[in-house]
Each structure stands twice: as C-alpha cells, then as structure tokens.
Design a protein around this ligand. Structure first.
Ligand code: GLU
Length: 424
C-alpha cells in the first residue's frame, strides 16, 4: 500500500473521512474482498498543477489546480470543477469518489472524477476567471478528453466557464470537441434541461420519499438551504408540485415566510441583484443556521459539505432530508438522524439528476443530434425514480439506511465490473 492516508482530524469530520466511513460500512455488509477494498479506496489518478494567472492589477497570482480521477472502471472519469476558497485536495478526493458512486447508482457508464481550484469567484472579474479557467484547461489537456475524463460545472462554475474550457481544449487538440465537457451553453452543444437537472432529481427523489412516508406533496412544507442552481430549481419544481417552501437561504442569510415563499419572485430578485437574496422582501430574515431546525416535512441542504453534523443533528425536526449538495451530512450525524427516524435521501442519489443529464448531453454531442426537452426530462425523471426504488429496496432488504443502501449498490456494481475487466 503506497497510498498516504490523510491525517485523522480529532474533532472535526472532513468530507473524505465521512465518505470513507460510509464506504467501510457498505463494504462490510457486501463482504467485498480486501483486495477490492484497496482498489476502490485509492484514487486512480491525482493531478496537481500550478497556474500562474495575471490579475487585473497586473500582478501574477499562482493558483493550485486539482483533478482527481477516482475510478474509470465503469467508464471515463466524470465530475464537476469547483471554484471555491475552501477547496482542498482532500475535499476533491472525496467529491471524486462520490461521483463514482453517484454514476453507478443512476446506472450511467462513467467513472468518477472531480476538479477544483482554491479561489474566490465572488472577488474575481470575468477576465480573471477566464484566464484561470483557460490556464487550468490547458494544464489538463492530456487528462481531459471525451473518452477519458469529462468535466462539468460545480460550485462556483457554470456554462460560461465550461465554454472557455471546451474552447481551450479544442484549440489544444486542433479540432472542435464538444463532448469533452458537459453543462455547456446551449449554442455550444449544451443540452436542454441541464441547468435544472440536479433540482429536477431532487424534486423526483423528494416526491418518492414523501410517498414512502405518506406525506401529501400538496400539503408538504419545505426548507431549502442554498439558493444557487440546485436549491432554487429544487424549490421551484417542488412548488410546481404543490409543496410550500417556507424558507430559503444563501450567503446573505436565511429568509422565512410561513405562508410560503414565491420562488419565482425570489429567483427573479436574485438574478437582478447580482446573484444574492440580500434585501429580498418576500420573506422575513431569520438566523441562518436555524433554517436547518425548522419544523418542516422536507429539508433540502443544497449548499455545501458538513452542515449537518454531530453537533446539530439532534435539533433537526424535518421528517425527511433530501441532499441537494454533496456531503451535507457528516457520518457521525447519520447515526443521530437514523436514531431519530429521519429519512435521509443521500447525495449520491438525490443530486444525481445533474450528472444524468450531463450523460445525455455527452450522448447528444457524440451523436451530433439534439434531443427535445420533454425527452430529456422524461428520461431524467425515470432514471432517478428507478434509482430511488432500487436504493429503497436494498435498504429494506438489508435493514440499512438509504445512504448505506446506495453505497452497497454502487460498490457492488463497480466491484463486479472490475472482476469482468480484470487487473494486472
Ligand atoms: N457537479 C455536479 C455533481 O456533483 C455535476 C457533475 C457532472 O455533471 O458531471 O454531480
């Protein structure tokens, strides 16, 4: 074993540790061999690049860029690129492994990968962002490829950044290569339905969960932490199904309205206000963390990792948690939530709508053909519903949480595929 384990952190749970402890539990239940355990535990490839970028003030700043390909057993690496001040290699490793399990849970032929750069997009101009993304794409030109590793948006990046990446990669290869990245603008080979896909998956899995718990979606109350792409679409689509979103939040704070927030108004306000809800008058302000403890049917953490931890899990009153973000619940919090009987629909299932439609985008790019929106939405919803049903069935069969059931399905699929492919 040449893999250097990250040093254990005494008090704080980090995302990699949280991911590994669920992995360990699922592996124990599955009875996977020790060799397989080692194979799935170690990322296949980890690339670190230094990126000198000229900032608008004329000074050069050097950023560190990461790309971790956790596994290519099921297919080319797949996963987003995160631009966020808190990015670390450990976090990217955890997110890359989550992508492997996520793709396996929704049964799409991709492995798992993730990229990241520690930077603050909120303080960067469009020009600085462009130079940083192009430098990263150029440094990764031999890592990325439509049959090797296919990036996509994640926190802090979107269609604009994907267009720069696609352009830079295409230039380096001397040919236009649409399929190297997903989440592109429509005119550049992006897919209809991709922007709302993650939120759509959250909506589908939330409705499936409500059905299991006997909650009527027309009477359901919802709180959404994080009003970015995932949270706002999930809120919008759930309101369209009749549910009432009582609270939303973003970096500017949390907003509460007991009669239900008009989500379309909140989205328009955010879009006309530099991406922030600051000053939104359709709800009153509340203490941000208290949003997590509201007495609602459905809590949707759609911001970042480790917001529900051993320190606060006991205060959660929601009947169901649907994880729009990756890794919002720590492994220690899982134990508390399970004991309280709260149904947690795990990230690798709940937010898999995004990568599912990324897969459709990649298929369309390879076909050189565009699908219509209703076909995409139908297939996305079917994929997520099937995945939910499979995970639920396994959770019943083994008497485990939906999270562990999702890991069991994913690890079993990857391990079985590895056996067929073979190693050295
Ligand atoms: N960043 C998204 C996720 O975490 C999307 C990944 C993709 O479409 O490849 O699932």
């Amino acid at each position: 074993m040449h893999y250097i384990e990250p040093a254990p952190i005494a008090d704080k749970e980090n995302p990699l540790e949280s991911m590994m402890s669920r992995f360990d539990e699922a592996v124990r239940i599955l009875g996977v061999s020790d060799e397989m355990y080692q194979i799935l535990k170690v990322p296949a490839r980890q690339v670190i690049v230094g990126l000198p970028v000229t900032m608008d003030n004329g000074k050069i700043e050097v950023f560190e860029g990461y790309r971790v390909i956790h596994s290519t057993i099921l297919g080319p690496g797949k996963g987003g690129i995160r631009f966020d001040p808190a990015v670390t290699l450990d976090e990217v490793r955890a997110l890359a492994a989550w992508m492997t399990w996520k793709c396996a849970v929704v049964d799409i032929p991709f492995g798992g990968a993730k990229g990241g750069i520690a930077c603050n997009p909120r303080n960067m101009s469009a020009g600085e962002m462009e130079r940083l993304m192009r430098a990263y794409a150029s440094a990764m030109q031999d890592i990325f490829g439509p049959d090797k590793d296919i990036p996509a948006p994640d926190m802090g990046t979107g269609p604009r950044e994907m267009a720069w990446l696609m352009d830079e990669y295409s230039k380096s290869k001397g040919m236009t290569t649409h399929g190297v990245v997903t989440g592109k603008p429509l005119v550049l080979g992006g897919s209809l339905g991709r922007p709302e896909a993650t939120g759509r998956g959250v909506m589908v899995t939330a409705l499936s969960g409500m059905e299991k718990l006997g909650i009527n979606p027309y009477k359901a109350t919802v709180a959404v932490q994080g009003f970015g792409n995932v949270g706002s679409w999930a809120a919008k689509l759930l309101t369209e199904k009749g549910s009432k979103v009582l609270a939303i939040s973003d970096i500017s704070g949390a907003y509460f309205n007991e009669n239900g927030i008009n989500i379309n108004e909140a989205i328009s306000y955010r879009d006309s206000n530099n991406g922030s809800l600051e000053g939104f008058i359709g709800a009153s302000k509340m203490v941000a963390e208290d949003l997590l403890f509201l007495d609602v049917d459905v809590l949707i953490p759609a911001a970042r990792e480790d917001v529900i931890t051993a320190k606060n899990a006991d205060k959660i009153k929601a009947k169901m948690i649907v994880e729009g973000a990756n890794g919002p619940t720590s492994a220690k919090a899982d134990v508390i939530l399970n004991a309280k009987g709260i149904l947690a629909i795990p990230d690798i299932l709940a937010n898999a709508g995004g990568v599912t439609v990324s897969y459709f985008e990649w298929v369309q790019n390879r076909m050189g053909f565009k699908w219509e929106l209703d076909r995409i939405n139908r297939r996305c919803e079917r994929a997520l519903k099937n995945a939910f049903d499979n995970v639920y069935e396994i959770s019943q069969k083994h008497g485990v949480s939906m999270r562990i059931a999702a890991y069991i399905i994913a690890i079993d699929k990857v391990a079985t595929t590895y056996k067929y492919r073979g190693g050295y």
